[in-house]
Design a protein around this ligand. Structure first.
Ligand SMILES: [Zn+2]
Length: 349
């Protein structure tokens, strides 16, 4: 039996790079030689404390760039052996009424590579038929580094969120949370034509690291002047769009308080299960005519747009991918990511 190296998670906070069998090529699917695989916030949560949809031992990784090496029986995809692909994790249910109505991201059953199927932190990955037929698989543009073609997924969710919020010309956008997702929001707001983009966080180090994304200003949320600074910087009215890109109920409360009348508040970051009912002043939402926009995951078109924006440099993932490691150094890379010392860690198996 042929074997490969894979980063196998045995239980929370326990993993090793092991020799495991190369997966069989799925019927209707394909086998990829993984060239790059990013580690994302949800992977970090799973590494730390497991995941209700995952039974260990498990191979994580859902931000994938790989080359097609074998096609399964009955394969009906568009890609041939040798093609380099950018692979996002979601596989939508083609028969769900929401999918049929054009909103596949709202289907009851959206499955994910790295959850329903083993992920890309390995030398090879089996891509299931479901992902080939209705998932997020696109040819990686010629000349785009595999590490950049791998990290399309987080940008796809951001593209989706800003489409929902109709961010555009003239908008003053405040992004709360200066992690990788907040940085992507800054870049996408610019690409969509926002006039001003401000970035706020409670952590000065994170804010400093995010400066490379060139927000018009960075703001310390805990500063006593925060609210007055935001109002002044946004011409006295407050931001027209506030994006919460942090798992923080306090950020959501502040977002509602600080948005201008008629503004949009994008709830991008999910909250911990035990604190998901923040004390939001709903009268403020009512009297100020605010739009509260909940958003998660994305549709295939957002993935394609995100890849285009990455390929032409409008989403500067070069600034996002701060650390790269061979898969053999998974432990080092994972710990740097878990300690919050990286914006984005990518492994090159
Ligand atoms: Zn991800």
């Amino acid at each position: 039996m042929k074997t490969m190296k894979a980063a196998v998670v045995h239980r929370p906070m326990h993993w090793s790079v092991d020799d495991v069998p190369v997966p069989a090529v799925p019927v209707g699917g394909m086998l990829l030689r993984v060239r790059a695989c990013g580690l994302c916030g949800s992977d970090l949560r799973t590494l730390r404390s497991g995941h209700k949809k995952i039974t260990f031992p498990w191979i994580l990784g859902h931000e994938i760039c790989g080359d097609v090496v074998e096609l399964g029986e009955g394969y009906r995809g568009a890609w041939k052996v040798g093609r380099r692909l950018s692979v996002g994790p979601l596989a939508y249910d083609p028969s769900d009424p929401q999918t049929v109505a054009g909103r596949p991201e709202l289907a009851t059953d959206v499955r994910e590579i790295g959850q329903a199927w083993h992920g890309g932190l390995a030398e090879f990955i089996a891509i299931p038929r479901e992902a080939v037929e209705l998932g997020n698989i696109v040819s990686a543009p010629e000349g785009l580094d595999p590490e950049y073609a791998a990290v399309v997924e987080p940008a796809s969710s951001v593209v989706h969120a800003q489409e929902r919020a109709a961010v555009g010309l003239g908008d003053v956008v405040l992004v709360m949370g200066a992690g990788p997702i907040g940085c992507l929001h800054v870049a996408v707001a610019r690409a969509r034509g926002a006039s001003k983009v401000f970035l706020a966080d409670v952590n000065a180090e994170r804010l400093a690291a995010a400066e490379v994304f060139e927000p018009d200003a960075t703001l310390d949320v805990n500063s006593p002047e925060f609210a007055t600074d935001v109002t002044r910087l946004s011409g006295g009215l407050g931001p027209s769009v506030v994006v919460t890109a942090a798992p923080s109920g306090a950020a959501q409360v502040t977002a509602v308080e600080i948005a201008r009348k008629g503004g949009r508040v994008v709830l991008f970051g999910g909250l911990p299960h035990d604190s998901s009912t923040p004390d939001v002043d709903m009268n403020r939402v009512h009297y100020h005519n605010l739009d509260l926009i909940g958003v998660s995951i994305f549709a295939p078109r957002h993935f394609r747009t995100a890849l285009e924006l990455i390929a032409d440099g409008r989403i500067p993932v070069k600034k996002l991918v701060t650390h790269r490691f061979p898969l053999a150094e998974f432990d080092t890379g994972a710990r740097i990511a878990l300690d919050g010392r990286a914006l984005k860690v990518v492994f090159l198996p």
